[in-house]
Design a protein around this ligand. Structure first.
Ligand code: ZN
Length: 160
């Protein structure tokens, strides 16, 4: 993956107004965490670096990246490793307030179906938004909430 100068990238995103309301700099922290994580991704097979920045309801930010293996199964996506890290630190009640996903693509790349279900499982509400950023900081991110990502979804309430 081409090296990304994170402070420069974020300054351009801010200049274009793509960061929205950056309350207490938390959105910046999420984006920083996502890009830093993407640069650490272990993806020798797909060579597709993905980073996630997760904000919890306790205003903590956790990064995640994809981690592959030679067997091509049991691969971890960036959203999963961010959620796992957040649960390790905050416990099983951890709730997602917002997610940022960054990919080295010309346009924002949506989360896969499996990650949508994972986000839905741990989201604080159906209004939680997943923002997809791409390699070009001048391109506006795509934002979708849980209802849009996974309409009429299967969830924990369905098996009570
Ligand atoms: Zn995924």
């Amino acid at each position: 993956m081409r090296y990304i100068d994170v402070p420069k990238y974020i300054s351009i995103v801010k200049k274009w107004g793509h960061l929205g309301a950056d309350i207490n700099g938390l959105r910046s922290q999420q984006l920083e965490a996502a890009i830093a994580a993407a640069q650490n991704a272990y993806c020798p097979y797909s060579k597709f670096h993905v980073g996630a920045g997760l904000l919890t309801v306790f205003a903590n930010v956790y990064g995640g990246c994809n981690v592959e293996n030679v067997m091509y199964n049991g691969m971890s996506h960036a959203e999963l490793t961010a959620i796992t890290s957040a649960i390790v630190h905050e416990g099983s009640d951890m709730r997602i307030m917002q997610m940022v996903v960054w990919t080295p693509t010309p346009e924002p790349c949506p989360s896969c179906g499996g990650c949508r279900q994972l986000i839905r499982e741990h989201a604080a509400s159906d209004e939680v938004i997943v923002w997809a950023f791409c390699q070009d900081p001048t391109v506006p991110p795509t934002g979708m909430n849980v209802k849009e990502l996974l309409p009429k979804s299967f969830g924990p309430d369905n098996i009570k």
